[in-house]
Write a protein that binds this ligand. Structure first.
Ligand SMILES: *[C@@H]1O[C@H](CO)[C@@H](O)[C@H](O)[C@H]1NC(C)=O
Length: 409
């Protein structure tokens, strides 16, 4: 029995189907009587097999042939919608065909088709489908899944949202996350990727660099610099909104940081581009972790509640500590010294109750049942510091999800 042609699902098939869909939608199948729904072939789907699909395919070919002229018009329109740059050569091409007095119904089908096509491709009438900027989702994630970080929760959402809502940003946004390991810096970076991009960290608009992995040897710094700037440029060419996460920022060579400088300085609006690219850099480091912990400990001991701790308490200490850190290029980089980092975001040390919440989340995320006792057991497995107070988990919530394995039935 003949079957429809098998091709890998790709651009060709997408387009073939797309064009076919337009025509199927536009032209009633032979035998269908206008608005008479009962005459539609789908009502006879019971008797259908692949043979019917073949017949339909042949019918489609017939109609494709019959509608050659029309299809060319649609093809041109469709192409302009999907790849506006392809229409550039003819100047006003994208606008002109719309003036061809396309039947209203055809317009609607074209919209439907464009939406459908864009749902799995990287283009959209409204912009770029890879970019979702779900601030509701980001807000929820920061509120529900991040524990013990009232400052980061507030700052990250405000900073990112207000930057992405700027009509014409003239620089990239630079956020620098500071705190001990396990306090949620990587977690928040991932939340950003997941809520700003359809494909999260695997989006080709998002790049992650880990200092010791991508740039391990100081002697190759010139090569790394080229790679880094090349990668940034390439990503920006393909995406109008990009996110770069630089992990272990304290170990980045100062020259690599210097290479980011042009992005972080205000650009003169001399050459306004029609599309304003948006770029976010997120630096992750445990620089300043100790001073954050010290300030928090002192405030808690002085009777403050954790949520009363504000940026005013932390900011001066944190910035001084970063600038004075002698063993790191980050503190000494001109990015920091010339105030090119927009926000220093402190991640506070986590307490017993936060570790418990992380354990609960780990059970829930694996759809496992848990008991309050198990949560306590897991939280007790962590080491708490300083020695006297035993207040902060030295590893934060790190590797909690592995630890729940001990408590599975
Ligand atoms: C935004 O995220 C929330 C929570 O993850 C989700 O329920 C919602 O469907 C998302 N909205 C869009 C438009 O993707």
């Amino acid at each position: 029995m003949p079957r429809g042609p098998r091709r890998p699902l790709g651009l060709g098939l997408g387009l073939g189907l797309g064009l076919g869909l337009v025509l199927v939608l536009l032209l009633p199948p032979p035998g269908a009587q206008g608005h008479d729904g009962r005459a539609r072939p789908s009502d006879r789907a019971e008797e259908a097999g692949s043979g019917r699909a073949w017949t339909a395919f042949q019918g489609l070919r017939e109609r494709l042939r019959a509608a050659g002229a029309l299809s060319r018009r649609y093809w041109a329109l469709f192409r302009c919608r999907v790849w506006p740059e392809d229409c550039g050569e003819e100047g006003e091409a994208p606008a002109r065909p719309l003036g061809w007095s396309l039947p209203l119904l055809g317009q609607q089908y074209l919209d439907i088709l464009t939406t459908w096509y864009c749902s799995f491709q990287d283009c959209c009438d409204s912009g770029d489908c890879r970019i979702v900027n779900n601030f509701t989702g980001l807000e929820t994630d920061l509120r529900v899944r991040l524990h013990g970080q009232h400052l980061a929760r507030e700052l990250v959402l405000t900073a990112v949202r207000s930057y992405l809502e700027l009509p014409r940003p003239d620089k990239a946004l630079a956020l620098s996350f500071h705190g001990w390991s396990g306090t949620g810096k990587n977690f928040v970076a991932r939340m950003l990727a997941e809520n700003l991009y359809r494909d999260g960290l695997s989006s080709n608009c998002v790049q992650v660099f880990i200092a010791t992995l991508h740039f391990p040897h100081p002697k190759y710094v010139d090569l790394y610099k080229e790679q880094l700037t090349g990668q940034i440029r390439k990503t920006q060419e393909h995406c109008r909104q990009t996110l770069f996460i630089l992990d272990e920022a304290e170990k980045l060579h100062p020259e690599l940081l210097e290479a980011l400088r042009p992005h972080l300085e205000h650009q003169a609006p001399a050459n306004p581009r029609p599309e304003c690219p948006r770029t976010i850099f997120v630096f992750l480091s445990n620089l300043g972790g100790n001073i954050i912990n010290e300030v928090v400990l002192n405030l808690l001991k002085a009777g403050w509640s954790r949520e009363e701790i504000s940026m005013e308490h932390l900011k001066p200490h944190l910035q001084a500590e970063i600038v004075e850190s002698t063993d790191s290029g980050f503190g000494h980089s001109r990015l920091v010294k010339e105030n090119l980092i927009d926000f220093f975001i402190p991640f506070l040390p986590l307490e017993y109750r936060h570790v418990r919440l992380c354990a609960r989340d780990a059970f829930l995320s694996q759809e496992l049942l848990y008991t309050e006792e198990a949560l306590d057991e897991i939280a007790k497995m962590m080491v708490y510091v300083p020695k006297e107070e035993q207040l902060f988990s030295s590893q934060g919530c790190k590797s909690i999800s592995q630890r729940i394995n001990y408590f599975l039935p």
